[in-house]
Write a new protein. Sequence first.
Length: 80
Amino acid sequence: MGEKVRIDERWRIVIPSRFRKGLKPKDELTVEGIGSEIILRKVSREDILKEFNKIKLFVDKELRTLGAESGKHRYGGYKE
């Protein structure tokens, strides 16, 4: 069974200490809603890489041979 926590006026909750094993400040969690349940999961580096690798970029065939430098000059790219 879980442990009761309250949502404060800024919509925050405190994760009880017994559930914080392996977590540290600034870790990322995913939040899933399944029916009336809310599930928190720690995001692992592998999960982030899987999501990143799912991203597909499409470009016209004629632009595939352009290098970054020539593309920058041709299409107005700039560094921030």
